[in-house]
Design a binder for this molecule. Structure first.
Ligand code: MN
Length: 493
């Protein structure tokens, strides 16, 4: 039975089959590169983008007689990440050899952890877009080496091997099969990314492949027996993860509904075609002939080591979100958006400090994020700094400008027009609070619209017409409260 209807995957969950509903079961293995200057078992550097094969020690090249030495810093990062995942830290863990042949794996095996990983079970809470919070179980986190890279596109008839990545430390974080939709899987990887970034244990850069996911997908009848799963390897963006799951789930459902069976296999996601395809039939753990690496002693961590790391943990995104609710009085939604990554939270706290916290949140989530989105910029590259946005909010709160004028000033700030004060000064945007000047505008508006005056006298709700006229005549600069007050007096409302 083959699946022969390749379609571009969309991002919606596909759970309604021809013959009824299907439940989607997703588990993820995320490989997160440890933010370490040196490799897991050698002192070779790990810098991205170096000339091929310039960052390779004799250990990384798998030469005979070379002995690996554990990089303690990497172990510390794994423990730190484990603590951030509310997970069990295993004081005893062991490195094992996972045997397989790859041209870019010179040792002929990968040093990984099999039976005794450094981190055991944990859990994190995620909130998929537009959904309710879900708790996702962590099965384990283990340390292992990355392989090198085969380069197939430099020559039509030769493959080149770059060993710069060989031996780089990875944390493989294995979830339980707790996710039920593409949105949940995507939210999980996003949450994991935020956690490791906040901890500083991995830079989370998915484009560089520093955080990538192997996605296990199967379908079953709701509440029924688990189906056969397929593993989609090395998916390196949240969007691709959603697309790959959408495609794969549909493929399973179509095959099963046509009476076929799913072969357990490892698949690739082709992001150009938006489809998955067979890479190899899936092997089981015993195929790798794991055995304890005889060159490495087991890791034995003492309480002092773990406690020292624990004492040094930063505030994590979930805790920060809760604090934004309690300390700044923000709605949970706002707090979630503003703590989605460290940069947003830091920016917000700089703006909100000593100012109205809700107004600061509204400006960030509305005007600032809107402008950044339209310009396709990240917050780190924002032309308006937190201090500058704060300066604008100060001019609203001291009534130098109205909220409406502030939006124009912000647009000019974003275009590089200077600080709020400079723009207000240069463009003469200062709010008119001089009652004499406002009264003149009010009188003019009343004189120009005698019929409306009669109507407004009979129905005070029509006062808004004159507020609009006066604001327009003042170029938006008249103080709206003063305009309202004067109109009420004159129209006897
Ligand atoms: Mn792995």
């Amino acid at each position: 039975m083959t699946f022969t209807a390749p379609r571009v995957a969309d991002e919606s969950d596909f759970l309604q089959g021809e013959t009824g509903p299907w439940e989607l079961i997703i588990g993820l293995e995320v490989h997160a590169q440890v933010a370490s200057k040196a490799k897991l078992f050698s002192g070779a550097p790990t810098e991205f983008g170096a000339e091929p094969n310039t960052q390779v020690s004799l250990v990384d090249a798998g030469l005979p007689g070379m002995l690996p030495v554990v990089n303690e810093f990497c172990v510390e990062q794994a423990v730190r990440t484990g603590l951030g995942l509310n997970a069990q830290i295993n004081k005893f863990s062991r490195f094992d050899r996972k045997n397989y042949f790859y041209v870019d794996l010179p040792q002929g095996y990968q040093i990984s952890q099999f039976e005794f990983p450094v981190v055991g079970e944990g859990e994190i809470e995620i909130t998929p877009e537009g959904g309710e919070p879900v708790t996702v179980g962590i099965e384990r986190l283990h340390l292992e080496q990355d392989a090198g890279k085969s380069v197939h596109d430099l020559s039509p008839d030769e493959t080149y091997v770059d060993l710069n990545r060989s031996g780089v430390a990875l944390m493989e974080i294995v979830s339980k099969p707790d996710m039920r939709s593409a949105a949940e899987a995507s939210a999980y990887v996003d949450a994991l990314r935020q956690i490791v970034r906040a901890l500083g244990t991995c830079d989370g850069d998915m484009e560089k492949g520093n955080l990538r996911a192997d996605v296990n997908v199967s379908v079953r009848r709701p509440g029924g027996e688990l189906g056969t799963r397929c593993e989609i390897k090395n998916v390196n963006s949240l969007r691709f993860i959603r697309q790959a799951i959408g495609y794969e789930a549909r493929r399973h459902i179509e095959i099963l509904e046509a009476g076929g069976t799913i072969d357990q296999e490892t698949r690739l996601f082709d992001s150009v075609k938006g489809e998955t395809r067979t890479m190899r039939s899936k092997e089981d753990a015993h195929d790798y002939r794991y055995f304890p690496d005889p060159d490495l002693l087991p890791l034995q961590l003492d309480d002092a080591f773990i406690e020292r790391i624990k004492a040094d943990l930063p505030e994590l995104p979930a805790a920060r979100q809760a604090r934004f609710v309690s300390e700044y009085g923000l709605p949970a939604y706002d707090a979630g958006v503003l703590t989605a990554d460290k940069a947003k939270g830091d920016y917000y706290e700089a703006v909100a400090k000593g100012r109205d916290a809700k107004i600061a949140a509204n400006w960030m989530m509305g005007d600032l994020f809107g402008a950044l989105n339209a310009a396709e910029l990240e917050l780190d590259d924002s032309p308006v700094s937190a201090d500058q946005l704060g300066g604008l909010l100060d001019r609203i709160s001291d009534k130098t400008i109205s909220g409406k004028i502030a939006k124009q000033v912000f647009a000019k700030m974003f275009e590089g027009g200077g600080t709020a004060d400079e723009i207000i000064e240069r463009e003469g945007l200062k709010q008119v609070t001089d009652m004499g000047a406002i009264e003149k505008l009010v009188d003019e508006a009343l004189a120009a619209n005698p019929a409306q005056v009669e109507k407004a006298k009979a129905n005070p709700k029509l006062l808004g017409f004159f507020v609009g006229q006066v604001m327009k005549a003042s170029g938006g600069k008249a103080n709206p409260q003063a305009v309202n007050k004067l109109l009420r007096e004159k129209l006897g409302g």
